[in-house]
Design a protein around this ligand. Sequence first.
Ligand code: IVH
Length: 701
Amino acid sequence: MESEEARAEMARLAAEIERHNRLYYEEAEPEISDADYDLLVRELRALEAGHPELVTPDSPTQLVGASPATHFAAVAHRVPMLSLGNGFTDDDVYEFDRRVRKLLGSDAPVEYAAEPKLDGLAIAVVYRDGRFTQAATRGDGSRGENVTATVAQIRGLPKRLAGAAPALLEVRGEIFMPLEGFRQLNEELTARGEKAFVNPRNAAAGSVRQLDPEVTRARPLELFVYGLGEAEPAATPDRQSELLGWLHSLGFATSPLATTVRGPEACLDYYRRLAAARASLPYQIDGVVYKVNRLDWQQRLGMVSRAPRWAIAHKFPAERAQTLLRDIIIQVGRTGALTPVADLEPITVGGVVVSRATLHNADEIERLDVRIGDTVEIQRAGDVIPQVLRVIESERPKDAKPFHFPTRCPCKLKTPVVREEDGVVRRCSGGLECPFQQVERLRYFVSRQAFDIEGLGGTHIENFWNDGLLKTPADLFRLKDHADALRQREGWGEQSVRTLLDAIEARRTIALDRFINALGIPTIGEATAKALAREYGDVDSWLEQMLQARRERQANDAPTKKEKAEAEIGPAYGRLCNVTDIGVTTADRIVAFFTEGHNVEIIRKLIAEVQVPPFRSARVAADSPFAGKTMVFTGTLSAMGRDEAEARAEALGAKVTGSVSKKTDYVVVGADAGSKARKAAELGVRTLSEDEWLQMSGAGA
Ligand code: IVH
């Protein structure tokens, strides 16, 4: 295509995409499907790749956050993908069985299909005339993401079914990553300076929700199927156990540990057997599932909102292990907070090797009375950082060393550590001068929730920092001037330097809220950054207003009465205090950040390097029950991740906060909720179960 022609076509596509962005984000009335939208973006990308000289910085492909939150097209599940009710104790299982028998009106022991509960990613795979045609994630249970391209890369997934398969068949199962593959993958990622996955489940989900199927192909994924979505003509099995056998005969892998049992005692036997086998399995399971075996009885029992009455997940407790505490290390965070971390003799907990566990703070060390050389019990649960639970006193050696919390920062400046007046946090007083804080801030700056620069891991940042290539955020956008020096570094070559510089250039245009969040200003997280972006609209007014607020605040602190009276609460400071989420305390912390001339200089330099388009917030459905409400999410949600739920609440006009107070309107309580749910009850704040939340937010079936 001629240059002129290409330019015209690119302008046309850009305008078209922008129109759809507007329809999607501001009018909430998309005209085209996500798939068609993606097609437009891809067309534009392809043209841009062929004519890089014609790419304009305001092209929709250059804008972070301008494409839909998901890059995948949506798939509606014709039969909703349900979640499972949880049980934890023997009593929960007896209670489940009692309810089943009561509803069936039967006294005879019920036969259950007992299966391991695989800890991976739920998937629905569709076959037409025996050929694999589509794969979708569960999403909110009603709508998932189309991940056909990546799932097609899983070798264990049959592409053609064996024998006589129905014309239409939708099968459900779990994609997971075996432990050994997980370990190897993390090794490779770390060697490349990329971030390792926290656990096999995240690794599986991350590998499937991938834009590049080639990446998925290289990931060790497996699939066990356990159920049916729909079949046309209807499938013949009468029992869950037969269904598994039939699916197996069609070519699917099913769990070799699935079996049938009769009555609750036998369920518990199965549970204990699997609990004992758990540690030696090559993949992770987080419990077992009991399903009423007869499918006609399943029909009769039906479901309550999102979970079937005919099945229950009996969860294993979080995994624990005992190991030697070799040392206590102090980590300095980006705001200077000192966190003690236990350095452990490596130990496998639930298939994942753990060598670090958090000790939270100085008070926790005192409470546990933990000493170097102690044997400690640790716990690893899901996504959270492993924790030290207790000391095994009987194992304490004579020479165990009590830990003295440092009074100076472990960095080379050795600045004094101060204890915050109102809290347990101890902080390095070195501020931006502290090398640890500088590196941590840069790490945060490139992280996913900030500038999201792909392929720039923590080790790279640290090395670049040590060599003086990267001291402040603005330097990142000048790395391209050091391409030669980069290419000469060990482990770097032409291609990897190109890829990194491209990833950086791709972020030169950035949304205002991300820009603000990336700066790592104490007390400002994603939500506050968004509120500030909404309030101030563009980056120059925002900075100017922050500086004005600082001047007003300083005048207010002035020594003479006269000056004080003159200043009062100035308009800019007052405006800042009125922003959602910000009160006087937060405003003061923000203002304090701007009192450091150094910080302002860093921001100015960064602004000179990047483009920050004016902030446009999505128009919010005014009729949503959550519009203008303050909400807190706590505990584990099963239908959607916490991030997804919070984003949804925000899209419905709610303000999502992290702690429960009198001002909270709703607390959504997931499984294993703790203190926040209690606090809500104490304060009389309305709580919603996950089901209620799904119904009210329109995500319910
Ligand atoms: S049955 C109504 N069986 O657990 C049927 N689910 O909490 C719902 N899972 O989304 C699914 N192993 O991702 C079923 N043997 C198994 C399972 C299993 C793992 C997951 C699945 C589901 C979640 C429900």
